[in-house]
Design a protein around this ligand. Structure first.
Ligand code: UTP
Length: 497
């Protein structure tokens, strides 16, 4: 979502920088400092150079480098749009979205499934994983994709992701392009992990990693915060960063060149992720949708966004932006009226990404008030007790109202959404392991295992390489059912791998 004036500003204010000879380095550095300081001053941000005279040459270079990354005009605009003159974002005149439910089965599903499978076989689908988040709530040291997410084998989120793709490749006899958005902080560790594990059976050449953009965090008065005397505090620009990230890394051009039409997108931290879902894709195609979203039934008070219809178009609004009346509004049968909970599982057309990245970032960004450790004007490290800073970010689904057509697919929470967000409690590894076991037990029952055997199991795990869904599982088990039952008898846990 780079916008034209930002690009113009970048062109006029930024140039490539190569430091070679030490004298040139000195001169260039000073010259750059003067330029950057002036640029910052024009937007009231010159304080970031407050400690300049105390810095070593390396530190000075770093600070100049950080300043060069900042579009100061954009930060002023973002602060103004998202904080100072923030409009009341409560939405009125909203209605329920138009949606199709996965259950119960309707005959149209067969048509959709066929369309989706055909598009997959024509290699029109690629996979895009946002893995640039900071995972601050989980508090895991390293990229979140390395986190053990399955109940028995404890495979990492990245391994599970890759195995699901590998299994789909075997099924459809294609190879998927895989795009992974990382951040400056975790890009190397992410690539190293895939390298070390030989891309979990996929081929290295299927993967493209790109680093998402960053924005400086600002204090309540809109001043850019310093992480240290020579470093600005940056935060990733949100999942909305995929639009500019793909365009700027030329990967959007690659998609266009390869005639990729559809992108399957989902959060990394959901072990129920389905990188390849032909039924969902089929409906996306039937409805001529540009961007589709899956929904689950939101529980009252659950802090997830809802998909609604507003002025004839679908949009996703944060639960806090519902009016108090709308957030508790019920249907005559007692269900939440706005119950289409967003789980960030989307399909996007490549042509839509192309169109959206040209839109104006500030139309979508929001400012979230967070706790940010920083250096104050006296050079002291401040560990705030209360939220003290705004982080600007945009979400992938923010430009949804710009889609001519969009589609919402209602699915079941117990099959599709087991997020790992927190270290403990709700949406934690423990709840995600349990949800996987519960689902796999249903697969066992569906395949004909006797309830006596199933009920005794504390943990069950079915590798995607064993079966991708319950029908595949049933088929695979069928002739050896008795053998398996014998093996499972009196076991507390079982891994189908
Ligand atoms: P979350 O919004 O849950 O954020 O990300 P997070 O960073 O994982 O966790 P917290 O909020 O710090 O605890 C949902 C998905 O979007 C990705 C994450 O990697 C995850 O797959 N994401 C989030 C990005 O790729 N970039 C971002 O800037 C933010």
């Amino acid at each position: 979502m780079t916008h034209e004036h930002e690009e113009q500003a970048n062109q006029s204010e930024k140039e490539p920088h190569h430091f070679h000879h030490p004298h040139i380095l000195e001169k260039t550095l000073h010259h750059k400092y003067v330029e950057e300081r002036e640029r910052a001053e024009r937007h009231g941000q010159e304080h970031i150079f407050r400690f300049w005279n105390e810095l070593s040459d390396d530190e000075k270079s770093k600070l100049v480098e950080h300043s060069l990354k900042i579009d100061y005009a954009l930060i002023s605009k973002l602060y103004n749009a998202c904080v100072t003159s923030k409009k009341d974002e409560k939405y009125n005149n909203i209605d329920q979205p138009d949606l199709v439910s996965k259950y119960p089965y309707i005959p149209k599903h067969s048509e959709a499934l066929k369309l989706g499978e055909d598009a997959i076989k024509r290699n029109e689908l690629a996979i895009l994983l946002p893995a640039g988040g900071q995972g601050s709530r989980l508090g895991f040291n390293g990229p979140k994709g390395l986190f053990p997410c399955t109940p028995i084998s404890k495979k990492s989120l990245f391994q599970l992701f890759s195995e699901k793709i590998l299994a789909a490749q075997k099924k459809y006899k294609v190879k998927f392009d895989v795009y992974i958005m990382t951040s400056e902080d975790n890009n190397k560790a992410t690539i190293d992990f895939f390298e070390k594990n030989n891309y979990f059976g996929l081929e290295k050449k299927q993967f493209d990693f790109f680093i998402q953009g960053v924005l400086p965090s600002v204090d309540k008065a809109g001043k850019v915060l310093l992480k240290s005397k020579h470093e600005v505090f940056f935060n990733p620009n949100g999942t909305g960063g995929i639009y500019s990230g793909l365009a700027e890394s030329n990967l959007l051009s690659k998609m266009i060149l390869k005639e990729t039409k559809y992108i399957s997108y989902f959060n990394l931290d959901n072990p129920f992720m389905t990188p390849v879902d032909p039924l969902y894709l089929g409906y996306h195609i039937i409805f001529n949708s540009e961007i589709s979203a899956k929904s689950i039934e939101k529980k009252p008070g659950e802090p997830i966004g809802v998909i609604v219809k507003n002025k004839g178009r679908h949009r996703i609004i944060e639960y806090i932006n519902l009016t108090p009346e709308d957030s508790v509004k019920k249907t005559p049968t007692g269900e939440l009226f706005f119950k289409a909970g967003n789980i960030a599982i989307m399909i996007l057309n490549v042509s839509y990404i192309e169109r959206m990245h040209k839109l104006n970032l500030i139309d979508f960004s929001t400012a979230a008030l967070k706790k940010v450790q920083h250096i104050n004007n006296d050079g002291n490290l401040i560990l705030p007790e209360k939220p003290n800073a705004y982080k600007f970010e945009a979400f992938i689904f923010d430009p949804m109202p710009h889609a001519e057509k969009s589609f919402v697919f209602e699915v079941l929470r117990e099959e599709e959404f087991a997020p790992i967000k927190n270290a403990e409690g709700e949406d934690s590894p423990k709840t995600a392991y349990q949800m996987q076991t519960d689902l796999f037990k249903k697969w066992l029952l569906h395949a004909g295992f006797s309830p006596d055997v199933v009920v005794k199991l504390k943990h069950v795990e079915i590798s995607p390489l064993f079966a991708l869904d319950k029908e595949e599982f049933k088929e695979k088990i069928l002739k050896d059912l008795l053998q398996y039952e014998k093996e499972l008898k009196d076991k507390e846990e079982y891994y189908f791998g």
